[in-house]
Design a binder for this molecule. Structure first.
Ligand code: ZN
Length: 615
């Protein structure tokens, strides 16, 4: 990242005096951090009881200082719904062999009787729910390598799978050369296999882990998945016994069949299992939970004369990782399920916001001060995004938004302030406020940060986010309150309050500047080489890819795409969700225009998008 460094004159002297004074005064932040990061709050996972307790604490603290629920709201706690995980709700499969004598097709146990149990079949997390009853086709590894990878491989080249149930092996050919394996591995993800099956017209996908592969005969795991909807095809995994029965019905042994495919010869093909039909019932239970943002405000005491943007906002996320359930813990295996205290991430930012609000509550205010503590940040900025999608206060009324995420572990007096590129006003304000504060400021322009400031940048609100840097306890249970430097945390709060005061008192609010995103953003899958400049909205359950925004100056913006558009097809690939989109990026060529079909306000439109190169 490109940052510019600003140092205040006499910084070191200012630090010493500020610390000396603060050492006498009781910390404004310590009690908040110790409460929020205490074991009783169990790591504050969005939608959990710990989150509930935390939100109640925050609301009561806000009430104490005289903050009010937003206009027309009676409660500071604003609920939002999200998908917290998936589980199997009772998927089933039955296999039947149809002989010529009974060609009408009867469904039931095959000869010898196969009664699948719970252990023999499970839905994949991205499966549609539903029933499919159809003949079975074996499609090998179910891999389709797009053109231009220097290696042609298409499991469907010689097969007709329209309206059929496709059986595929998990992973990729086991005996392939390493270089070939690397290519095949990129297209071996089960989501990609499901998409390939769907695009060839299959009605359902059955995945089996072959006897020659790791985890032989075991069910593929149901991975953590926050997608709100299925991927457009019924998809289940079966164990080795079910698979053996299927192949036995056509007189084959799965191990022999797998071996014939394992050298990755692109001409080795699957086959129709015309005597076998399957009835698949897939049931994925997407567990919806409710999270709560806590949002209040301090009404202006003395409104600015101009009516331009009568609000300023401060915010921080208060949720954290709970017991590591969501899979985003960085703890070693033995520690992964312990309470993740989240003292720095982000009890520290929450405490800073509460301290700033308490300070401002005692002063004259020329603008309303919106105070927001977000939940669902750790699961993908879900809380702030939900707020911005249906804002109780119009976001164009916000003069600025200041965000705090991990501000409790300052090292060497260094404070990083990001998103400064969102307004030309920030550089001077930061420098002026820092004369008194005396931090070694690292000012970074980039607003595309993995924290809630990104939400407000996308909404064209001039923003800043404060950060004291990462550390070895990041996303681990060991991120505890005893490691927080409370004096410096109080200093960060005082510094930010000074900046907020400037914004709040000025008649002319800061201008918003759109920062062009550097190439590192977007997509999210390692190995994607093209850059389209789209910002997906991860919390959407729309069929297609809902855009939360487009990157300034990027290919999507140049193609005329904008926030709220839903991409349903790109370069001939149908897009049901974010994963389809990510995979579709593989078929795009840098510099070569691709047709994009999208929905805007329900109307189907077309444009051409020319991808750039991702750095
Ligand atoms: Zn975090």
């Amino acid at each position: 990242m490109i940052g510019k460094k600003t140092r205040a004159a006499c910084g070191a002297i200012a630090v010493l005096s500020a610390s000396a004074v603060l050492a006498q005064a009781p910390s404004k932040t310590r009690a908040h951090v110790e409460t929020l990061a205490s074991p009783r709050l169990e790591g504050r996972l969005a939608g959990s009881n710990g989150e509930m307790l935390a939100s109640e604490y925050i609301a009561s603290e806000l009430k104490k200082i005289g903050a009010k629920p937003l206009p027309e709201k009676t409660d500071m706690r604003l609920p939002f719904e999200f998908t917290a995980g998936t589980k199997d709700g009772g998927s089933r499969i039955s296999i039947s062999r149809v002989t010529r004598d009974e060609a009408k097709g009867t469904v039931g146990g095959i000869a010898g009787g196969l009664t699948p149990t719970n252990a023999s079949v499970r839905a994949l997390s991205f499966s549609d729910n539903g029933d499919v009853d159809a003949p079975v086709v074996f499609a090998g590894y179910g891999i389709v390598v797009p053109e231009g990878q220097g290696f042609a491989y298409d499991s469907y080249a010689t097969l007709d799978v329209k309206d059929k149930i496709v059986v595929v092996l998990r992973y990729f050919p086991e005996d392939a050369e390493n270089k070939t394996k690397q290519i095949l591995a990129r297209y071996a993800d089960l989501r990609y296999k499901a998409m390939a099956a769907r695009q060839h017209g299959a009605k359902a996908l059955i995945v089996v882990t072959g006897p020659r592969s790791p985890n032989a005969g075991e069910l593929a795991p149901m991975t953590f998945d926050t997608a709100l909807a299925g991927s457009g095809i019924v998809a289940v995994t079966v164990n080795g016994a079910v698979a053996d029965n299927m192949f036995a019905a056509v007189g084959k042994k799965l191990e022999d069949v797998q071996k014939s495919l394992d050298d990755a010869n692109p001409h080795a093909a699957g086959f129709a299992m015309s005597e076998v039909t399957a009835r698949v019932h897939a049931d994925v239970v997407r567990e919806k939970k409710t999270g709560h943002n806590v949002v209040a405000y301090l009404p202006a005491t003395d409104q600015v004369t101009t009516t331009a943007k009568p609000w300023v906002a401060i915010g921080a996320h208060y949720d954290h990782l709970g017991h590591g359930e969501a899979g985003n813990t960085l703890a070693a295996k033995d520690d992964a399920s312990k309470v993740h205290a989240g003292a720095d991430d982000n009890a520290s930012g929450t405490a800073a916001v509460l301290a700033i609000a308490a300070t401002l509550a005692r002063e004259k205010r020329h603008r309303n001060v919106l105070v927001a503590l977000w939940s669902g940040e750790e699961l993908g900025l879900i809380g702030s995004t939900a707020f911005a999608m249906a804002p109780p206060v119009p976001l164009d009324q916000l003069a600025a938004y200041l965000n705090f995420d991990m501000v409790g572990r300052m090292q060497d007096n260094k404070l990083t302030v990001q998103a400064a590129g969102t307004s030309p006003a920030w550089a001077k304000m930061l420098e002026q406020a820092n004369v008194a504060a005396g931090f070694d400021l690292v000012v970074q322009e980039d607003p595309y940060q993995p924290t809630d400031v990104a939400t407000f940048n996308a909404a064209s609100v001039p923003s800043l986010t404060f950060f004291t840097g990462t550390h070895a306890d990041y996303h681990k249970p060991s991120d505890t309150p005893d490691k927080i430097d409370y004096e410096d945390l109080d200093r960060v709060a005082a510094f930010a309050a000074a900046i907020l005061r400037r914004v709040e008192q000025t008649d002319a609010p800061p201008q918003f500047t759109k920062v062009d995103q550097q190439m590192q953003g977007g997509g999210g899958r390692a190995g994607v080489r093209v850059f389209t400049g789209t910002i997906p909205d991860y919390s959407s359950d729309a069929k297609g890819l809902l855009l939360g925004g487009v990157i300034g100056g990027g290919p999507a913006e140049q193609a005329g795409l904008q926030k709220g558009d839903i991409i349903v097809e790109i370069a001939g690939q149908t897009i049901a969700n974010i994963y389809d989109y990510t995979y579709a990026l593989d078929v795009l060529k840098i510099g070569q225009p691709a047709k994009v079909i999208y929905l805007r306000g329900g109307e189907r439109r077309e444009t051409m998008l020319t991808p750039g190169a991702r750095k």
